[in-house]
Design a protein around this ligand. Structure first.
Ligand code: GLP
Length: 261
């Protein structure tokens, strides 16, 4: 796990967007794993600007999102399909037929998970998976206690997640209490993972995920077992890390970060 701390949120977002854009430039038909949440909105803003400026071409990209609320259709403003169209897909030259999210209205939940896994496999797997982290340490909607080898499936959300996300719903009680999510095992199969963590409210969970023990109680900690994960934080989110000096040293000295400093 590499850890990169940038002084401001804007710089952390910019670095994340550049890494994604560079993936697409190096492999135009790449498979991107995408995430939702407030943190990602700024990343997608940067990617939209880059696409409009002709700096990155998404025409051959295929995408797979991490998760979707069970019970919400694509036209529901709180569905993650709606979020992705609204924040990214409607504004870039991606072919929407190549964008995938679990179907929140699927009647056969077991089959939906199995089919989503098969679609990822048929596409050749995910080149780069973008991730945020929930207040309870989840990646996707892999809540505490999720198997670290889990695959895409239906999952009950925790009260912590419910409280974090219900503010986006009107009324708040209309938020679904279950979701489809890629499993931790699905995420660990990606060739590369980029986890973006910003803001002071994530400082404690960031430290537990990055420097604490690998545990299903903080599913993001499973990324410590992944051979090619970079965690990008702003200074506020990095406040409780103990090895900050080392992380800065690596960013300053590793040749591969030269063009990103
Ligand atoms: C949701 C998503 C997660 C995301 C999290 C963080 O719970 N399922 O994939 O990481 O939100 O959200 P935010 O960026 O709003 O803090």
């Amino acid at each position: 796990m590499e850890v990169i701390i940038r002084p401001t949120t804007a710089q952390a977002v910019e670095l994340t967007a550049r890494l994604l854009a560079d993936t697409v430039k190096a492999k135009p038909a790449c498979k991107l794993g995408l995430a939702t949440g407030a943190t990602m909105e700024a990343v997608y803003d940067v990617l939209v600007k880059m696409n409009k400026a002709g700096e990155v071409d998404f025409s051959q990209v295929t995408s797979f999102n991490l998760d979707e609320y069970i019970g919400l259709g694509p036209d529901d403003v709180n569905s993650y399909r709606y979020y992705m169209n609204h924040h990214l897909f409607d504004h870039i030259n991606i072919d929407k037929r190549n964008t995938h999210l679990p179907n929140g209205l699927a009647e056969d939940e077991l089959a939906e998970g199995i089919n989503y896994e098969a679609d990822i496999e048929d596409a050749g797997g995910i080149d780069v998976q973008l991730l945020g982290i929930g207040n309870d340490g989840h990646v996707g909607f892999n809540e505490p206690g999720s198997s670290l080898s889990s695959r895409t499936r239906a999952k009950s959300l925790t009260p912590v997640t419910y409280r974090q996300n219900c503010v986006y719903f009107n009324p708040p009680e209309s938020m679904p209490k279950r979701a489809f999510t890629m499993g931790v095992g699905t995420i660990l199969d990606a060739n590369r993972v980029i986890l973006l963590i910003t803001g002071a409210r994530k400082a404690e969970i960031a430290a537990r995920a990055i420097e604490g023990p690998v545990t299903s109680m903080v599913t993001a900690s499973a990324l410590q077992m992944h051979p090619n994960t970079v965690v990008i934080l702003d200074a506020d989110a990095a406040a409780q890390l103990t090895l900050k000096e080392y992380y800065d040293w690596v960013f300053a000295n590793e040749p591969k970060w030269k063009n990103y400093r």
